[in-house]
Ligand binder design. Sequence first.
Ligand code: AMP
Ligand code: ZN
Length: 112
Amino acid sequence: MDCLFCKIIAGEIPSTRVYEDEDCILIKDINPQAKIHYLLIPKGHFEDIGDIAHKDPDLLSRCLSKITALADSLGLEGGYRLVTNKGKNGCQSVKHIHIHVLGGEKLSEKMS
Ligand code: AMP
Ligand code: ZN
């Protein structure tokens, strides 16, 4: 499958991994929008939040729990923002579910 994040998960395209387990990887975003900007990427290929919520809600739940458990060790003790883009209006550019994890500084109060 021609999917950028599946290739990153397989190690075919390099990335900076800060965490990995059987469910997901956490990598640094190549174009950070905050001092800290990670992408949490479930290892299974699901197109977007709707796809994973429908087909494997337990995996989605575990991934979200991991972010909360890892936050302090990732430099996010001051808080963070989770974002997932879906579809054209959400400006999703990579069609493999990923959750943006933003923090390391006070973020804009505006969400867009
Ligand atoms: P989205 O627009 O929500 O689909 O987010 C895709 C994200 O993937 C963007 O924030 C990109 O900067 C990021 N990205 C694209 N290619 C890479 C890569 N090779 N390594 C890390 N992050 C990437
Ligand atoms: Zn994929």
